[in-house]
Design a binder for this molecule. Structure first.
Ligand code: C2E
Ligand code: CA
Ligand code: CA
Ligand code: CA
Length: 280
């Protein structure tokens, strides 16, 4: 038993060491990858549930690692934050997305998305250069502030006063703010009116249960009602079935996003998707 335990400890140590190594390696790789095509942006449309019109497009970062293949932002955003790289990463994503969005506005003035949504993570909000950095990018890319929607997670926004002041500062630029992953955090619906937010994104974990759980239906319907009475628009994320879309439409949810409409798409695939929706 002794020997077995020892072996187990050695195995554990080895695994820990491997994980730490992988993390340090990834950190160095990420530092190098920012600004190269390894890091790129994909786009997922957001449609109006009433008639399917394209309302917005969400920019989602992707990392095609030369060794490890496609890595999820869930894994490397955290690494970027710990390594102090999140500011640089965020700037590259925003600048890229604004540049590509500007082209779509020219090419598809009628049918193209009206809003560009970009995610802000926990580590980005305290950065002293956040607001001026965004202003610079808007100016350089000719992106109107009114067409930009920044998404922060609910747990982050509810957090503290400094964060709320930051959100007010961002709002003053003239952009739209969305509360992402709504329903997963701890902010009560009642505390929402204090936040300078325009839109709630109902988390996928609620949407995915709409057809099977009366409990989730009640929660989502109540959320949409309160949101409306407080003048927030509502978006449901992660819609995968026609049934989910129909339930949400009946509840008067404004917009929807999910694999049912489109997966996150590479730039050219997104353009093809837009074109194919143009009425002839
Ligand atoms: P999020 O902001 O909640 O983005 C939605 C996530 O759900 C995306 O995952 C998207 O690909 C996925 N998704 C969309 N529709 C469906 C669906 O119908 N079914 C399922 N199963 N999934 C769906 P992704 O791209 O892996 O991003 C994960 C998270 O990483 C994002 O969650 C966001 O918090 C963060 N993230 C992504 N891109 C960026 C970025 O550029 N900057 C920052 N700071 N965070 C980012
Ligand atoms: Ca988001
Ligand atoms: Ca979300
Ligand atoms: Ca989510």
């Amino acid at each position: 038993a002794q020997r077995e335990g020892g072996a187990r400890i050695r195995l554990f140590d080895t695994l820990m060491l491997q994980r730490t190594r992988r993390r340090t390696d990834l950190e160095n790789d990420l530092r190098r990858a920012i600004g190269t095509p390894e890091l790129h942006v994909v786009y997922q449309p957001v449609v109006r549930l009433a008639d399917g019109a394209v309302e917005a497009v969400e920019a989602l970062v992707r990392w095609q690692h030369p060794l490890h293949g496609a890595l999820s932002p869930v894994e490397f955003i955290g690494i970027a934050e710990d390594a102090g790289l999140i500011g640089a990463l965020g700037q590259v994503v925003l600048a890229t997305a604004c540049r590509e969005f500007a082209q779509w506005r020219q090419r598809y003035p009628e049918r193209g998305p009206r809003l560009l949504a970009v995610n802000l993570s926990r580590g980005q909000l305290p950065e002293p250069t956040l607001v001026t950095g965004i202003e610079d990018i808007l100016r350089d890319t000719g992106m109107p502030a009114g067409a930009l929607q920044l998404e922060v997670t609910e747990s982050l926004a509810a957090q503290d006063e400094a964060v709320q002041m930051r959100l007010h500062e961002l709002k003053r630029l003239g952009l739209t703010l969305a509360l992402d992953d709504f329903g997963t955090g701890y902010s009560s619906l009642a505390s929402l009116y204090q936040l300078p937010v325009d839109l709630l994104k109902i988390d996928r974990s609620f949407v995915s249960q709409l057809e099977t759980s009366a409990h989730h239906r009640v929660l989502v319907e109540a959320t949409i009602k309160v949101a409306k009475s407080l003048n927030f628009r509502t978006v449901a994320e992660g819609i995968e079935t026609v049934g989910q879309a129909e339930i949400l439409r009946a509840m008067d949810c404004d917009k929807g996003q999910g694999y049912l409409f489109a997966r996150p798409l590479q730039t050219d695939a997104f353009e093809a998707w837009l074109q194919q929706r143009q009425p002839s």
